[in-house]
Unconditional design. Structure first.
Length: 215
């Protein structure tokens, strides 16, 4: 029976309140003792679906704050899980504008940085973004000239809630090992085409709809 190994230990810190520690467990990768092992890679641009673990809002966040997410949908190849559900992801607050007077709305963006996998870390691209609602539909200049109370009008904060879904992409190839006794390995790693998942199906359907002839 394969032993489980501790693959990642993250202390998830929310924007303003510390969260409990969590340990993620992965099974060891395939070994030659269990049969032939082959080298493959998931290509750059492979889509992933993530979810946020903590809330990020413009009232408490600071530029550069670390934000923790996790994989919401596993990526598999020929039935073997390459990126498990729950795999930890690190991001950071890259854009921050607090709400304020004259109807200014809050804005916050989290840039994705890195994903931890059983095969090692891999860089990601993508972000999560939210903005509040402006406190007025007229211009700031109009408020200043017409009403001294315009200074008291506030927009709302930007807020990315916990458990929000975030789409991401691999920004480099992810090398992994795959076990199949019926194959003969080549010298170079082979590109893997992941099993179709919800996020990949949505990407494919979106691409197809853009390619449909119009008129």
């Amino acid at each position: 029976m394969k032993k489980l190994i501790a693959a990642a230990l993250l202390t998830a810190l929310g924007t303003g309140a510390a969260q409990a520690q969590s340990t993620f467990m992965w099974a060891p990768p395939p070994s030659a003792a269990d049969g032939p092992v082959f080298k493959y890679y998931l290509p750059m641009g492979t889509p992933l679906m993530l979810r946020t673990r903590t809330q990020v809002n413009t009232r408490e966040a600071k530029l550069g704050d670390r934000v923790y997410l996790e994989v919401a949908e596993a990526v598999t190849f020929q039935g073997q899980t390459i990126i498990p559900v729950g795999s930890p992801v690190i991001g950071e607050v890259a854009t921050l504008q607090r709400n304020g007077h004259f109807g200014r709305k809050g804005k916050v963006a989290v840039r994705l940085i890195e994903l931890q996998t059983p095969s090692g870390p891999v860089r990601l691209s993508g972000d999560a973004y939210d903005e509040g609602i402006s406190g007025t539909v007229v211009s700031i200049g109009t408020i200043v000239l017409v009403s001294p109370l315009g200074f008291l009008v506030h927009g709302t904060s930007g807020n990315i809630p916990a458990d929000a879904t975030v789409k991401a992409y691999l920004s480099e190839n992810l090398n992994f090992r795959w076990q199949n006794p019926g194959l003969t390995q080549t010298s170079a790693p082979l590109q893997a085409v992941p099993d179709r998942t919800g996020v990949q199906a949505a990407s494919l359907d979106s691409t197809r709809s853009q390619l449909q002839p119009t008129g």
